[in-house]
Design a protein around this ligand. Sequence first.
Ligand code: ASP
Length: 356
Amino acid sequence: MSMTRRGFLATVGAGSAMGVGGALSAAAQDAPALPKPANGPIVIGSRNALAAATRAVGGMRKGEDPLDAVIRGINLVEDDPNDDSVGLGGLPNEDGEVELDASVMDGRTHKAGAVASLRHIRNPASVAALVMRRTDHVLIVGDGALRFARAHGFQEENLLTDKARRVWLEWKEQHSEHDDWLPPEGTEKKKEFGWKTRIDGSDFTYGTIHVSALTPAGDLVGCTSTSGLSFKIPGRVGDSPIIGAGLFVDNQVGAAGSTGRGEANLQNCSSFLVVELMRQGRTPEEACFEVLRRIAGRTEKRLLNPAGEPGYQLKLYAVRRDGLTGGAAMRPVEAEMVVHDGREAKKLKMKTLYGG
Ligand code: ASP
């Protein structure tokens, strides 16, 4: 039997058991059935995604392109100077410069776009969408991403708010006694802003917005946007703009995204794996837990607490094509997610792999 490469891929992609050779037919027949299609809008997102989820569902109901509806929801948080984990007001790198990462993925086309280490542009999610729609690339970084954004008319601005600058300065002056930066006399060890302490004793803050959506037409789209790890080494790229790590969408199965320690997702292709486990029949929550268990089992010693558990936070969120949503978190700290069931958006507590 002859078949073009494109035809072959279409057959495999459809999970069809139709004959393209015995072994493949058998494998296809053994594969669990794909989730039944359902119609949204249904949205899942990170704990800071309440307004974004509401905006996304409202836009989809009004007939907006669903990925644009999700991105406009995320833009609200990117524009919010009080969210220090995303866009304007995001915490800067160790030099005090805000560097943003974002990705989008559209299940209808299986196309993706992303930017990383983007400076001076408050809406990296919108720039990521243009990378997907207006280039033949998937990921543009650094100065190239800024020039690309400029070409599309994005305004450059100082993204470092006075509050974020003061948090950074406090970190700069207090995180080490072995440099020349000194806190104001009498304030040593007093943290006005209380940036969090990582398990190894160094001070970093994580934070990101993620939104995945099942659309009214039963398609899947997703977006993740972040200022990344605070006080990072300049040029450090996290999981958020990496397709398969901080975001993955497969229109046949579901969508997944993540917030928390990006390095763990980069090492484990977490969002891709969540979707693959859903393909194999797991619920979103089961898939997220299985990925967290694998990550925990591979965590290097310096990141384990005295009980031998990962000391860092990592949260996974997923929606299956049949409309089922679920998530899981490594630890209880801020273990919340947002789910919009089409009627209202709610912040829900997440189950966690470890307590305490
Ligand atoms: N995952 C993001 C990163 O590693 C940060 C976060 O979600 O807190 O860049």
